[in-house]
Design a protein around this ligand. Structure first.
Ligand code: NDP
Length: 420
């Protein structure tokens, strides 16, 4: 019987909200709050037309302003806040939850909007040298809330999307049921979908393009190995999707898994990209369109990547035109009872099936469903630890059951082809 405050009403949020409405055992009341309240009102209307039993309200909130978020939380008095706005807002919303002593859940690791801000930049450059990876996001900012959340008696669940999120739960599940020791993890994120545009991103363009155009890195023997963007390429034949090119990227769950499973010798993350996507991205980067630094244009300041976002299709609009499937999962090697073992746990999701069910494409779906699951487990007290945690730090079994129940069934293959 929980009262939920959702912040953000974009592609991922719209799935998470509809899935929360399907889970009326846990969620009974919901406030949908975002910068553009008309999107929240449209979602409320859609749910009410479907006969949702939830009591739904909407609100405008500026999640860059901690006082605005605190005011909303004090007015609405939620049991839990689900942040499905952007990673830029993570710390502000965490601060507001701390002030109001309310549980906090998100799907993406904090990163700053302005990566040229001098104080952040100095800390970033120090971290690049010390830790050996140059991604704009790292967990240190959110892990720093551990003691404060513990003292306040609240839970912070970080990164409950698919990757991170489900991939970390797959790792905890593999450890619990299949291995005494895991030695390697390869996380494979394949989108075999086609939206028919020459170039579009499947989730927020700014966040997506920042991630994909950055250096890659992987975790090996307790330290980071960094690569140039797209330097490591492999080809993999994905169940139900087929053969795809995939490239090694830095990804946030590597950092958490490396810390929480020190036995794992190597953790890599690969994502599939078509040649057309890569060619467009390289061209945009070469002409400066991926820059996050403001420039003056005809007397006003614009940020090139934000201008590009305005030109690209809204990821939430890709649903009707995207066909094909995603396959996201993890290949584990390790030992059980003294014998070497290999396990591949993955989910296959069909873009058109997602669209038929909720009006969204599979990338929003595969993120929004786990966002609901993590929030429900925290709200119902099944995942109940005080402090700040990633999804691999709880019992994976109830989460795995809910994946099957809420539209993301998974497969365990005990003789997969390995990635070299
Ligand atoms: P969208 O851009 O579609 O939606 C973001 C939403 O947040 C919009 O409703 C936007 O409002 C709102 N918002 C942005 N800034 C503010 C603000 N200052 N105050 C209030 N609301 C704000 O993004 P997505 O739905 O694609 O992504 C949502 C999150 O999910 C991101 O953090 C992304 O990184 C994460 N993600 C995680 C994945 C995973 O597997 N873990 C995979 C994919 C995404 P407006 O409508 O006004 O723009």
């Amino acid at each position: 019987m929980s009262r939920l405050l959702v912040i953000g009403c974009g592609g991922v949020a719209q799935v998470a909200i509809q899935k929360c409405a399907q889970n009326s055992k846990v969620f009974t009341e919901m406030c949908i709050a975002s910068r553009t309240v008309s999107k929240c009102d449209a979602m409320k209307e859609k749910l009410e037309k479907q006969g949702s039993p939830l009591k739904i309200t909407t609100a405008t909130v500026n999640a860059d302003d901690v006082n605005d978020v605190i005011k909303l939380i004090k007015e609405y008095q939620p049991d839990v806040v689900l942040n499905v706005a952007l990673p830029y807002q993570d710390l502000v919303i965490m601060d507001a939850c701390l002030e109001c002593k309310v549980d906090y859940v998100d799907t993406a690791n904090y990163e700053p909007e302005d990566t040229d801000e001098p104080v952040w930049r100095a800390a970033y450059e120090k971290r690049c040298k010390e830790k050996g990876f140059t991604a704009y996001f790292d967990y240190s900012y959110q892990w720093a809330y551990m003691d404060k959340f513990k003292e306040a008696g609240i839970t912070g669940l970080l990164g409950t999307g698919f990757d991170p999120g489900v991939t970390s739960v797959f790792t905890a599940y593999a450890k619990k049921h299949y291995f005494d020791e895991i030695h390697t993890v390869d996380i494979l994120d394949c989108n075999g979908g086609d939206h028919g545009y020459a170039f579009a991103t499947n989730f927020n363009p700014e966040i997506n393009l920042r991630e994909v155009s950055a250096n890659g890195s992987y975790w090996e023997d307790g330290h980071w190995v960094e690569t140039k963007p797209m330097e490591i390429k492999r080809v993999y034949d994905f169940p139900q999707v087929g053969q795809k090119d995939m490239y090694l990227l830095h990804h946030e769950e590597i950092e958490a898994l490396g810390k929480n499973f020190p036995e794992i010798k190597r953790i890599r993350f690969f994502m599939t990209f078509g040649q057309s996507y890569l060619d467009h991205m390289r061209c945009l980067e070469d002409v400066g369109m991926l820059s996050t630094s403001p420039i003056m244009f005809e007397g006003r300041e614009i940020v090139p990547i934000q201008f590009l976002k305005a030109l690209l299709p809204d990821p939430a609009s890709l649903g009707p035109r995207t066909v094909g499937k995603t396959n996201i999962g993890c290949i584990f090697t390790g030992v059980k009872d003294g014998k070497e073992k290999t396990v591949y746990i993955y989910n296959v999701c069909d873009h058109q099936e997602c669209y038929k069910e909720l009006g969204s494409q599979a990338i929003s779906y595969t993120t929004g469903v786990p966002a609901m699951i993590g929030t429900a487990l925290v709200a119902s007290g099944i995942w109940n630890k005080k402090g700040v945690f990633t999804t691999d730090e709880f019992d994976p079994d109830p989460y795995m059951d809910m994946l099957n129940e809420y539209g993301l069934p998974w497969v365990v293959d005990e003789s997969p082809v390995l990635v070299d």
